[in-house]
Design a protein around this ligand. Structure first.
Ligand code: BES
Ligand code: ZN
Length: 389
């Protein structure tokens, strides 16, 4: 009896090991797949093949050790799921699994000169201006005024570009609009890369419209970082192949409300967001051990690894992982709608800025400068240029 059980389990594990899975691979990975594996279907640079578990493991090793990259293939749970990748909205499946074929760092000749143009003083000035409003609360008049200022500032940055526009995204249930700036891609306009952060602020749990909430770190810092990224891309006359979108969300502090509406609308319209980076709190250096903490929850692992490589290649500062433990910012809205998101944060969760959501969230708490956010602006600029191509 005992022998029989062992035999049976041996036979069944052998059977499992030989079951072929449906796997979609990008062009570079397909070139590594054994030539004996016939392609079942190829479209838009993606190929469907069937591989055993063992072959998948070998392929994964090869990708890491020989190609020195991550992702590039998805093992699907069923043939139907695999074939769905080739249908219209299906690029999202690839996106959500974070295995687009562009996780390569090869834009050094564009990125390196761009990074020299990033200026700490610009970031500092935007933080000061945004934190000068009594608050940027989503239901307060000042929360609309600050968005009007920001929209004008972004519009001025793109004034010479016919391929760029900036618009309000109005929300029906409250007054503060979100802002979306778009640079339309020249070759892959339907593939979208998003850099966003929330523009609203809040003064305490029951703060409301009256409470003072400068929100210098949370999140004038993220908005200022995004603004400097846009400015630098414009200064170098950057023309992306994919479409780039920059977003300043309303009403994050009230429960991710603005980004939730935007991400849900993108999903409903079948929009193909291939990468989303969230910048929420970039200017308080809380951790001695690292400069940038990548939040590991509500984010995409393959894309996070790519962001880590971007930091190593271009920013050259120590980074690591941390965790919010809940959907703490707008990246969660994108993640929850199936899009690959990352959230590089200013410190570990344990060492975060304790003054947020109070009248003391002012730039003086960061020594009156934007030295820390500067690193995030470099990282975001590199991320956008690399993913744009
Ligand atoms: N910037 C914070 C999120 C945050 C705080 C991230 C500390 C990491 C460390 C964000 O604006 C915020 O306050 N979020 C809320 C949750 C949201 C769903 C209302 C929060 O953390 O309480
Ligand atoms: Zn915040």
């Amino acid at each position: 009896m005992f022998i029989q059980v062992i035999l049976l389990s041996l036979v069944s594990s052998f059977a499992v090991a030989n079951v072929k899975k449906f796997v979609t691979v990008d062009a570079q990975i397909y070139s590594q797949v054994e030539k004996s594996q016939k392609s079942l279907l190829t479209k838009d640079g993606i190929t469907l093949v069937q591989l055993t578990e063992e072959e998948i493991t070998q392929l994964s090793d090869k990708i890491h050790h020989e190609l020195k990259r991550c992702g590039g293939f998805v093992a699907h749970d069923s043939e139907a799921e695999a074939r769905a990748v080739f249908e219209n909205k299906s690029a999202r499946l690839w996106g959500s699994k974070g295995v687009l074929n562009q996780y390569q760092i090869d834009q050094q000749s564009t990125v390196n000169p761009a990074l020299k143009l990033v200026q700490e003083t610009n970031i500092r000035e935007t933080i000061k201006k945004m934190s000068s409003y009594h608050n940027r609360y989503y239901k307060a008049e000042t929360g609309k005024e600050s968005q009007s200022f920001l929209k004008d500032k972004w519009a001025a940055l793109i004034k010479n570009r016919s391929d760029a526009s900036v618009e309000y995204f109005q929300h029906s249930s409250w007054g503060q609009p979100s802002i979306i700036l778009t640079i339309t891609g020249s070759e892959l306009p339907n593939e979208i890369v998003v850099l966003g952060g929330h523009a609203d602020s809040i003064g305490g749990m029951f703060g409301g419209s009256g409470a003072k909430a400068p929100g210098a770190d949370d999140n004038a810092s993220g908005i200022a970082t995004i603004t400097e990224t846009i400015r630098v891309l414009m200064e170098i006359g950057f023309q992306p192949k994919r479409t780039l979108k920059f977003m300043a969300y309303a009403a994050e502090e009230a429960g991710l409300l603005g980004s939730k509406e935007i991400a849900a609308q993108f999903k409903a319209q079948g929009k193909n967001v291939v990468g989303k980076m969230q910048l929420d709190m970039t200017n308080f250096k809380g951790s001695a051990s690292l400069d940038i903490a990548l939040m590991s929850d509500y984010t995409n692992r393959a894309q996070n690894e790519f962001v880590g490589k971007i930091i190593d290649e271009y920013v050259k500062v120590p980074w690591g992982y941390s965790k919010c433990g809940y959907g703490c910012s707008d990246h969660a809205s994108w993640h929850n709608n199936g899009y690959p998101a990352s959230m590089p944060f200013e410190a570990t969760m344990q060492e975060m800025n304790k003054d947020i959501h109070t009248a003391n969230d002012v730039i003086e708490k960061s020594n009156g400068n934007a030295d820390h956010a500067f690193k995030f602006a470099q990282m975001a600029t590199a991320f956008m240029i690399e993913l744009a191509n």
